[in-house]
Design a protein around this ligand. Sequence first.
Ligand code: NAP
Length: 318
Amino acid sequence: MENIGVLMACPMNAYLEHQLHNRFNLLRFWNFPDSDAFFAQINAASVRALVVNAFVGADLLDVFIDRLPNLEILSTYSVGLDKVDLAKCKEKGIRVTNTPDVLTDDVADIAIGLILAVLRKISEGDRFVKKGLWKMAHFQFQFTSQFSGKSVGIIGLGRIGLAIAKRAEAFNCAISYHSRSQKLNTNYKYYPTVIELASNCQILVVACALTPETHHIINRQVIDSLGPNGVVINIARGGHVDEAELISALVEGRLGGAGLDVFEDEPEVNEELFGIDNVVLLPHHGCATVETRNAMADLVVRNLEAHFMNKPLLTRVV
Ligand code: NAP
């Protein structure tokens, strides 16, 4: 397999690079100044596999798909497929794999972490102690808000949504959810609209796939339905939240707080968020543990090996 060209779109994980380099002819796109230089210097016809992740822009992906004539498989080092033009891949006969399941626990853990961080003001408390404010008698750290027993509404009761629900149940939270259809295998309360879900919970967690239908699923109406004590948690994709509306609701006190792992224009983050205390921000590291990132890498490699050995793919999307 060492003659098979595998193109990695950006640095993702040294372990993944090592595994790919050991098996295939690994081409690193980031070693070239731009796509024109890349296509001028390599034999595009030798590339049969493309490895991307959640951060590679759809524009760049389109360039690869259009200009690699022998591309057979695209393997994304992510579960989210919002950057991949699945219809185009299907049309061109390019197979697609992703990395579901192995990252579910980590993302659910970070959702609970964000809920606790916002409600119990963990980041604020940390800043308070480190700035030396605790020892100054006239600065008393304000009371926080309990998580145990609060009601949690989840948008998208898929793998990650369900794992969040199970964790929140252990905190004695009442769970409800919204998705396109009611799930038959759960007793959690179903709401057919996001507005109804938001009106009936205190913490609203976004855990659905980003599609044209779910873009800005958290809008002004949803935020106002959640209310001034409500909290928005987004561990899915930045495009789910209308950030301008979120910021004005937080500034105007129409929303109680937010915990965000993902952003509309990441890694650019609207700096207005930096000045708001009841917001906790993370750099899209929901599944960024060593253990999970290596498990995701193994899945990418095993899918490529299976493809080139004419065996069934492990996690096929298209
Ligand atoms: P999944 O099992 O496919 O679940 C996605 C859920 O989204 C499904 O249950 C689906 O339910 C729901 N959904 C789709 N369209 C919807 C709509 N229009 N309205 C409401 N719900 C809708 O995927 P997963 O493994 O749980 O991952 C979920 C998302 O998490 C990924 O797409 C990714 O964007 C994000 N993620 C983030 C990180 C991170 O680092 N922060 C890491 C991994 C994944 P129905 O089909 O019933 O509607």
